[in-house]
Design a protein around this ligand. Structure first.
Ligand code: PLP
Length: 454
């Protein structure tokens, strides 16, 4: 295949995340050009349904005029100012108020940042800071889960429970541990009910904390639905049982809402869908419909009191980014939250969820699909070599990636995750006929993959 001029320039200049950099030198990139609604077009004029909303993020689609206007207006008025050392601006204040208003737990303050990784990174820093302020200087270990995805900074790639994010990067750092995740299809014992499985996971967590020593365990991080780890949807009872264990041992609970936040699961937050009752949430992505990079974490009264105490002691709160509460990003985020409310985006997701979940349920009958799972407007199929035994394909066959490529040929962007899991997470503005078209394309891609593999 001849590469275009843009593809060749790309190969010679760009490093691409999550790409086999060697194989990429032969294939080159698909170069995208424009977007509208739930669609994007590449430079060959080929149209795709953006079935993963970019990277689980462009919730309002690709040409939301109100967001463009909000950014343009702010750029023209005050393109940059900061919130360091007592300075502020109206957009930062307004956005903090808006996040506080919808936060799923009692929230005192909001601390902004530029991404999901930064959000979780500053969570870890604050948790350590908090326990120093409380005089619990040994209480520093952080528990995450296998297959978790919490980011790629040194600390958050350590929280992430996926091999490629750690291997040969000399990660994880110490003080970070991983426990089992609620992946019933693969991890539940034969015959084990949801209730028994989640009881077992809660018991394992309790034993793990006891074994490490509760005075050394500071926090537990969890995505409501584990996205990049395979779209793992917990059974209803899982989080209430986990929460009980965390409360028993005074362990701070962070819900990573970077994918599930802002309507994705049929409530404003995944914490509400799964009754998590966290002490804090991390958000990013759909906070601005991904039009500009911005993230945030919420801070409860106790954490804030500890931060005040440290400020009295040290003389300052020694943390912040040049782009903390960036005014243009904040203006777009304010408008995004306003649109979610005005257009009842949560109601829209609830209306479409039965169609989306129903089409996923139907895919379970496909000969390649071992498991199909969905909640709200996020879901995945897991492709297996043998449905009865759940035997996986040899990873070298790259069956998931092949399905993703076949979907791309059909005009659908999906995401192949480790373990031949193919995910969909479309823009939340998708309409019913578009949902059906998206699944028709995925079905054709699955048929082509089955034909190829047999
Ligand atoms: N947390 C979750 C649940 C995510 O899915 C992601 C990214 O996909 C992150 C954190 C990291 O966010 P970012 O890529 O903005 O750093």
């Amino acid at each position: 295949m001849d590469l275009t001029n843009a593809q060749m320039r790309d190969i010679e200049t760009l490093i691409h995340p999550y790409t086999n950099l060697d194989a990429f030198r032969q294939t080159g990139p698909v170069v995208m050009e424009r977007g509208e609604g739930i669609h994007v077009w590449d430079t060959n004029g080929k149209q795709y349904i953006e079935g993963l909303a970019g990277l689980w993020c462009t919730s309002l689609g690709y040409n939301e005029k109100e967001l463009i206007e909000a950014a343009t207006q702010q750029l023209a008025t005050l393109p940059y100012t900061h919130t360091f050392a007592g300075k502020s601006h109206e957009r930062a204040i307004e956005l903090a108020e808006a996040v506080k208003e919808i936060s799923p737990h009692p929230t005192s303050k909001v601390l902004f940042c530029g991404s999901g990784s930064e959000a979780n990174d500053q969570q870890i820093k604050l948790i350590w800071y908090y326990n120093n302020a409380r005089g619990k200087t040994e209480k520093k270990k952080i528990i995450s889960r296998k297959r978790a995805y919490h980011g790629v900074t040194v600390a958050t790639a350590s929280l992430t429970g996926l091999v490629p994010n750690q291997r040969d990067f000399d990660l994880p750092i110490d003080r970070i541990h991983h426990v089992n995740c609620p992946f019933a299809y693969r991890e539940a014992e034969p015959g084990e009910t949801d209730d028994q499985f989640t009881d077992r996971l809660a018991k394992e967590l309790d034993q793990f904390i006891e074994h490490e020593g509760p005075d050394t365990v500071a926090a537990f991080f969890a995505e409501p639905i584990q996205g990049a780890g395979g779209v793992l949807i917990p059974a209803d009872g899982y989080f209430p049982k986990i929460k009980k264990v965390l409360d028993k041992h005074d362990v701070y609970f962070v819900a990573d809402e970077v994918i599930c936040g802002f309507g994705r699961t049929g409530n404003m937050f995944g914490s509400q869908t799964f009754d998590m009752q966290p002490d804090s949430i991390s958000v990013a992505k759909a906070l601005s419909s991904a039009y500009l990079p911005i993230g945030a974490i919420t801070i409860g009264d106790q954490m804030y009191e500890a931060m005040l105490e440290e400020s009295r002691k040290i003389g300052t709160f020694g943390h912040g980014y040049t782009y903390t509460a960036h005014p243009v990003c904040a203006a777009v985020a304010i408008k995004t939250l306003e649109i979610y409310k005005k257009r009842d985006i949560v109601g829209h997701v609830r209306k479409l969820a039965p169609v989306f979940e129903g089409r996923f349920a139907k895919l379970a009958d496909h000969p390649l699909v071992g498991n199909a799972r969905a909640k709200g407007l996020i879901g995945a199929v897991e492709l297996v070599a043998d449905k009865a035994t759940k035997r996986s394909f040899d990873p070298a066959q790259k069956v998931g990636i092949t399905c993703q490529m076949n979907a791309e040929a059909e005009g659908l962007l999906s995401r192949a995750l480790g373990g031949d899991i193919v995910a969909l997470c479309p823009p939340l503005i998708i309409q019913e006929d578009e949902v059906n078209e998206m699944f028709d394309r995925l079905e054709r891609a699955l048929d082509a993959t089955e034909h190829w593999v047999t």
